[in-house]
Structures are given as structure tokens and as C-alpha cells.
Design a protein around this ligand. Structure first.
Ligand SMILES: O=P(O)(O)OC[C@H]1O[C@H](O)[C@H](O)[C@@H](O)[C@@H]1O
Length: 324
């Protein structure tokens, strides 16, 4: 893109608001004309709010969340990089979720749908401390976009900028906490009959049964090679979340249930009833990048009124307009 085009693109964009959030931490607020909004903290590159055009919050953030470094924020969408969970020697979920990201004022060209003008680009580069625990140079660019109908899109571009010729390997997840009315009324469709690693049973491999997934106890599973669309149906709210993903073959499903909830200082005792994590991820097959190579991982979230019946995962029908 020429510099003139870049300037034009910047002018056409809906300006984003940068303000102080909890404990004075900086956050970016995106707003769409019809009323939807999203908030992202520079601390963690962490989405903490996604509201539909009625102003209803769609993500769960614990009322006990601690917005204070180095503690990651409990809820919203933490970014797990360069390690998912304890699958490696780094701290749980890697360090991206508790680093300060910057606004990327001049991101490399990025194909954008011409109707979406509400977005912000963030960037994370390693600090000296990171290089000690993970000796690699990288540029992690995160674009957060709010679509005209309130869809929330996250695109990550991770580039190996090592100058020593060395490749690096990472695992990744968008650790999305969805807000649900009552976990026992929720069903997940799209993961039936798939293989998963059960993190509650030493990551042993099992095969899911044929019915949609429902919840009556703690769950912590990594579903493998999942379809690009997954739906979360919330009967009580009459709302369906549709997750579309690209470059992220796995999907983690997590709910800590009552005992683990009580053990977490930044999570209310009953919070587990009102959240469900379904996390677009790349875990089973870690990503390796050579110097100069870039990886992309994309997640798109929509929330629509539940209007379809069990066993008919057909987001084309759910999403008026039938986008794929
Ligand atoms: O407490 P955190 O470090 O944020 O992790 C919360 C959860 O994240 C993922 O869903 C993992 O699969 C779980 O094993 C973990 O408990």
C-alpha cells in the first residue's frame, strides 16, 4: 500500500477511543453505529468486553478479576502465547497475556472487508525478560475488528524475526470466556464424535459421543481437528454464539465447576454457572516458523437469537444473510 493509501485508509476508519480502564490501565473502545461495542486492554492485548447492539455483555469477566499486573485478567479473551496451558516449560498459558502491548500505528497491509472500518491494531514484541525465558525475536500483531452487525473478529499474525537463523515453535489459544445464563442449560454443537485430550485425565485421548455436549461437572478437554464452525446454544437466553475459526484446528472446552471455582482467588464461587470457555486453539500440532515466516490465526464470533433446533448446526441459517 502506498503511503497516500495508508493515510486515506486511516481517515476512512471509525476513530477508536483510548481511555483509562480499571486501575488506570489503558483500554481501547470500539463502537459500531448500531450500538455494539468492544473493549481491549493494552495489558495482555486482552478483550474484556463485547456488547451487542442492545448493550448486552456477551463475554464473562469475573467480578473478582484482578486488573493488576502481573496477574492476567480473569475472563474476556486472554491470548495464550507462546504456550497453551502447561504444554511446555513456560508459565501457564505463556506470557503474552500479562505483557503490555502497544497500538500498531503502521501495520503491514492487511486485507480488510470494505464494510468493516472499526478496528484497532496491536503489537507485541519481546522484552529482555521474555528473551531470557523464550530466546526468540518475534512480532505478534493482533487486529481486533467489530463488524457492522456486531461480530467480533480477532486476527493474529505472528512473525519470526530471529536474526540467528533459528526457527521457533509455539502453541496458541484465544481463551474466550462466553457469558451464559446457566451452564446446565447450555449445549455445544460441532464437537460430536471428535477425538479429544482430557486434561483432567493426564491428557489421555478419548472419542466424544454422538450427542451435542452438555455440562454437569468440571470439564477441561482439547478437541482435536475440529470443524471451522462451532455453536454454543444458550436455551435460557435464547441466544446462540457461533465461533468461526481459521488456522486454529483445535478447540478447548473448559468449565472449572464448583470445587475449582472456590480455589481460584479471582473467580466467584458461583461464577462457573455463568461462563463457558470455548477456545479456538493450536495445541496438538505446535506451529513452527522459520525466520521471516508468518502464521495467521483467526477467530470470528457472532451472537444471534437461537432459532434452530438440536442437531442442525447450520450457521448459514442462524446468521441472516447466510455468510460463510
Ligand atoms: O487459570 P488460568 O491459568 O487462566 O487457566 C484456566 C484454564 O485454561 C484452560 O482452559 C486450560 O485448559 C485449563 O486447564 C485452565 O485451568
Amino acid at each position: 500500500m502506498s503511503s497516500t493509501a495508508a493515510v486515506t485508509a486511516a481517515i476512512e476508519r471509525v476513530p477508536v477511543e483510548i481511555c483509562k480502564g480499571m486501575n488506570g490501565l489503558e483500554k481501547v473502545v470500539l463502537r459500531e453505529a448500531r450500538g455494539s461495542s468492544a473493549e481491549v486492554y493494552l495489558y495482555g492485548g486482552h478483550i474484556t468486553s463485547w456488547k451487542n447492539d442492545h448493550g448486552e455483555e456477551l463475554l464473562f469477566v469475573s467480578s473478582k478479576a484482578i486488573f493488576k499486573p502481573p496477574k492476567p485478567i480473569r475472563g474476556g479473551i486472554p491470548i495464550c502465547f507462546p504456550q497453551f496451558s502447561n504444554h511446555g516449560f513456560l508459565e501457564q498459558h505463556g506470557f503474552a497475556r500479562n505483557r503490555f502491548w502497544s497500538i500498531d500505528t503502521n501495520p503491514p497491509p492487511f486485507p480488510t472487508n470494505s464494510s468493516t472500518k472499526t478496528f484497532v491494531d496491536l503489537i507485541l514484541k519481546p522484552i529482555e525478560e521474555d528473551m531470557k525465558i523464550w530466546p526468540h525475536s518475534f512480532e505478534f500483531r493482533l487486529r481486533v475488528t467489530l463488524g457492522p452487525s456486531g461480530d467480533l473478529m480477532l486476527t493474529s499474525r505472528i512473525r519470526n524475526t530471529n536474526t540467528d537463523g533459528k526457527p521457533f515453535t509455539f502453541t496458541f489459544a484465544y481463551h474466550t470466556y462466553f457469558s451464559v445464563s446457566d451452564i446446565s442449560e447450555v449445549r455445544v454443537e460441532g464437537l460430536e464424535t471428535l477425538d479429544y485430550l482430557d486434561s483432567l485425565q493426564n491428557k489421555q485421548r478419548f472419542t466424544e459421543q454422538g450427542d451435542a455436549i452438555t455440562f454437569e461437572s468440571e470439564v477441561d478437554k482439547i478437541y482435536l481437528s475440529t470443524p471451522t464452525k462451532i455453536a454454543i446454544l444458550d436455551h435460557e437466553k435464547k441466544r446462540t454464539f457461533v465461533i468461526r475459526k481459521d488456522g486454529l484446528p483445535d478447540a478447548v472446552v473448559w468449565n472449572p465447576w464448583d470445587k475449582k471455582a472456590k480455589a481460584m482467588a479471582d473467580f466467584g464461587d458461583d461464577d462457573y454457572k455463568h461462563m463457558l470457555c470455548v477456545e479456538a486453539a493450536a495445541v496438538e500440532k505446535p506451529i513452527t516458523l522459520k525466520p521471516g515466516e508468518e502464521w495467521r490465526g483467526r477467530q470470528e464470533l457472532s451472537a444471534v437469537p437461537s432459532s434452530y433446533c438440536s442437531g442442525q448446526l447450520d450457521p448459514q441459517r442462524v446468521l441472516l444473510g447466510g455468510r460463510n
